[in-house]
Design a protein around this ligand. Structure first.
Ligand code: MG
Ligand code: ZN
Length: 349
């Protein structure tokens, strides 16, 4: 009899655990847009034959094809990663049957998670938008901006302010987002005590790093993690190295390399946080490869590498998935990119 009571108490305690408890892991999902193995390899040699990715315990491979399309765009692959369904190229958060999808960011909010989105593109660009928007065209930036304004994301950093304030419907979404403190420098972001902060890094698309984009992504990651760590809730954060893809489209290896180096620094910052804080999983992947990059020459001692692009578009090559922290082992193997959503969802539950 005593034994039964004990078991009953144990079960009660077990089921009473919710996501609000410290046990639910923080999730830092990092997407290098267009960052295939060649981009990682070139980036690694260019910075001294080492990368923060070597810290990761688990490596998998994700298949990137879209619904009925062999080569994906960033909207369909963003939707696959964020929402767990393959869809048509160009579409965000809507499946091929026209059903609206719930993203991992939205699901984690229902489980008591705080959320953050960081990108080196505009915040309404396809990859970050896949985490909060449901729209039939990635180009409907004003619709996407409206959906971000209603998304309840706690911290967001990226370009694209003009889509919030210079609008066909004459609305000023920055004014309407009264729950948010809007800042325009890293210093103001760091000093803000607000529970919701928006940081527009550019009115339009941010510049290349090599042309003076500021602040560096790793600094933004550290500043956001500092804020999240002081709150008593688990968090989901998505960080995008957006312009690795743009370097691929431009067929400019130097552009790819500098954007990779910044993203690599951001990965190092996230891993350092995960080691210090504990109970944090860092997942690094790409939405697809861009440029069909072949690496044909290089000098390891001189940190040089050269190669040739085979397309100005994307390719269908599988992309690596790196995982570090609690639950990381579930990311080993070969699977569809939609499984990244499913594996994250298991961690949030
Ligand atoms: Mg992107
Ligand atoms: Zn692209």
């Amino acid at each position: 009899m005593k034994k039964l009571v004990f078991v009953g108490l144990f079960l009660f305690q077990f089921t009473a655990l919710t996501a609000q408890d410290q046990n639910s892991p923080n999730i830092i999902l990092m997407i290098g847009d267009g960052m295939g193995l060649s981009q990682i390899t070139a980036g690694m040699y260019s910075i001294g034959n080492t990368t923060a990715l070597e810290e990761f315990e688990t490596i998998g491979l994700a298949k990137t094809h879209a619904h009925e399309q062999f080569v994906t765009d960033s909207a369909a692959s963003g939707t696959a990663i964020a929402c767990g369904e393959k869809t048509y190229n160009g579409v965000l958060g809507i499946d091929p049957k026209n059903q609206y999808l719930e993203s991992i960011l939205e699901y984690s909010q229902t489980q008591g998670y705080l959320t953050a989105l960081l990108a080196t593109s505009s915040i309404v660009h396809a990859t970050p938008a896949a985490f909060y928007a449901n729209v039939d065209s990635r180009k409907k930036y004003q619709d996407i901006a409206l959906q971000l304004s209603e998304s309840n994301v706690d911290y967001f950093i990226g370009g694209g302010r003009k889509h919030f304030v210079t609008r066909d419907d004459k609305r000023n979404l920055v004014k309407e987002m009264s729950a948010y403190e809007m800042v325009n420098t890293l210093n103001k972001f760091e000093k803000s005590q607000s529970k919701k902060i928006g940081f527009f890094t550019d009115d339009d698309e941010p510049k290349r790093l090599s042309e003076g984009r500021y602040p560096d992504l790793d600094k933004l990651v550290v500043a956001t993690l500092d804020k999240l760590a002081t709150r008593k809730k688990p968090f989901f954060m998505m960080v995008e190295g957006s312009q690795i893809d743009w370097g691929g489209h431009a067929n400019e290896l130097n552009y790819v390399l500098s954007e990779f180096e910044e993203f690599n620094n951001a990965i190092a910052a996230a891993v350092a946080f995960a080691k210090k804080q504990g109970n944090t999983i860092v997942i690094v992947t790409a939405d697809h490869e861009t440029g069909g990059l072949s690496l044909l020459k290089g000098d390891v001692a001189r940190n040089t590498v050269s190669g040739r692009f085979s397309t100005e578009g994307h390719t269908a090559a599988m992309v690596p998935v790196f995982a570090f922290g609690p639950g990381a082992s579930s990311f080993s193997g070969i699977y569809e990119n939609t499984s990244i959503f499913k594996k994250m969802k298991v961690l949030v539950q």
